[in-house]
Design a protein around this ligand. Sequence first.
Ligand code: DGL
Length: 270
Amino acid sequence: MTLGSHPIGIFDSGIGGATVLRQLQRLLPYEDLLFLADHANCPYGARPAAELRALSAANTRWLLDRGAKQIVVACNTASAAALHWLRREFAHVPFVGMVPAVKPAAAQTRSGVVGVLATPTTIRGALLDEVVLRWAGGAQVLRQGCPGLVERIEAGELNTPSTLALLETYLRPLLAAGADTLVLGCTHYPFLAPQIQQIAGSHVRLLDAAPAVARQAGRVLAERGLLRPVGAGAGAITYATTGDTTALAGLISRLALPPGLVVRADTTAR
Ligand code: DGL
């Protein structure tokens, strides 16, 4: 078996990474996708960087042990805390990570005000500072940490009054300041895109980096000659969790994610 026929490994703290998996499947339907959700340690959003590096390394090892030819860090929080470090630690592994979509947001805003929604760790992180410094240009970039949203999504509570009230709390200050472009800076948040759009209004544009990350993953595989041959048949999807497989299977169907095998993962044992 050549390396090209190995799966693409993807990880996140939880189901959020599946918003990236969806885009990968759309763009690279022949690829096998092995998705690891670290539910035992979810949420990642308020954890210190050193802990996120250790968790990211354990996730990476688990995926590599199962033959992953590439690792997609489908988590903004882990990317901000660990991506540079992972690339040094696992020097031969091609990594692709999340970067908040500030560059397209700054290019598209008409009001000149962009809002970034993300976890507290991403909001405080150096990666967002770098991206804003490099790409914001003349746009004003307002940052909004959104503690609690990941937990709602993991519970499958997208349309409940308490989730909508929490979203209102986070969105109102950005909208009042004139933001017309909102960056979804956490891979869980695209699941709430319809609710966010409803509160913000149709004139507000939502930006999700997942399609660009999927394209980048495809480019990296192509450059290395690692794409699965076209005609190999549709790729298989495996969802693994360090938590409860029954809960994950329920969430996959509730969120209308592509079907796949659901397995339990222990990232602490090697
Ligand atoms: N989906 C993740 C992110 O993109 C992690 C969220 C969390 O676990 O707090 O940041």
